[in-house]
Design a protein around this ligand. Structure first.
Ligand SMILES: O=C(NC/C=C/[C@H]1O[C@@H](Sc2ccncc2)[C@H](O)[C@@H]1O)c1cc([N+](=O)[O-])cc(O)c1O
Ligand SMILES: [Mg+2]
Length: 214
């Protein structure tokens, strides 16, 4: 029977990456996507920008919207301080099942909590279910038409504090025009665009970093 791309990506990790070595997992996925099959991971070029923002923020609490195969989940978690917690939301059970195995291979199971279901349902439950007060960093990489509604929902649920950082992937390609318009014109955010390329291609894309001003 035919395998799926996430299954083939996991096989590449299990073949080429060292158990317990998160950066080798990241490298194995990038190699697979460059040499074998394109996939919608944030990738190595935008990944370096992601690394620099994670290092600068040095977050104790991280929310990732859109796990897919956990490439960015592992990339972020590999840079977190010891007691930090990363919660990642994934809608598709098949992707979630693959992501759990990638996270396990990287040895990051105690830093990462993968939650299955739509972000819109889970964001209002973050405090009661996971004891989270506010997020220091949010990485948006799920359905592009959910960036804006979920950002407004996080504001309404009091999950952002003065200084919380939102980092959004794909603001150019595939594009998130309504999110960009809102966040760049809102007096409640200070935004900065990091120009880059769509993963594994020469097409322009970029990350938008926005600091919540309270
Ligand atoms: O479509 C893209 N990403 C959507 C990602 C979606 C991922 O998140 C959930 S959706 C969800 C919904 C609600 N809550 C949690 C997760 C899906 O099951 C998938 O695993 C995308 C597309 C391109 N591209 O070039 O076409 C490039 C990229 O970098 C991209 O991120
Ligand atoms: Mg993306």
């Amino acid at each position: 029977t035919q395998t799926t791309r996430p299954q083939r990506m996991l096989a590449a990790v299990q073949k080429s990456a060292t158990r317990g070595d998160p950066r080798s997992v990241v490298k194995a996925i990038d190699q697979f996507c460059r040499q074998k099959e394109w996939a919608m991971n944030v990738g190595d070029e935008k990944g370096c920008i992601l690394d620099s923002v994670v290092t600068e923020v040095n977050p104790a609490t991280v929310l990732e919207l859109g796990t897919y195969c956990a490439y960015s989940t592992v990339r972020i978690a590999s840079l977190l301080p010891p007691d930090a917690k990363l919660i990642t939301l994934e809608f598709n059970p098949h992707n979630a099942a693959i992501a759990r195995q990638v996270i396990a291979w990287a040895g990051l199971g105690d830093k990462i909590q993968l939650v299955e279901g739509p972000s819109g349902d889970w964001i209002p439950k973050m405090k009661e279910k996971f004891g989270i007060e506010t997020f220091d960093l949010v990485f948006l990489d799920h359905w592009k038409d959910r960036y804006l509604p979920d950002t407004k929902l996080m504001e309404e649920c009091g999950l952002l504090r003065k200084g919380s950082v939102l980092l959004a992937d794909n603001v150019i390609c595939p594009g998130t025009p309504d999110y960009l318009e809102y966040i760049r014109n809102s007096p409640r955010y200070k935004s900065q665009y990091f120009r880059s390329h769509l993963e594994y291609t020469k097409v322009e894309d970029g990350l938008e970093k926005s600091v919540f001003l309270g």
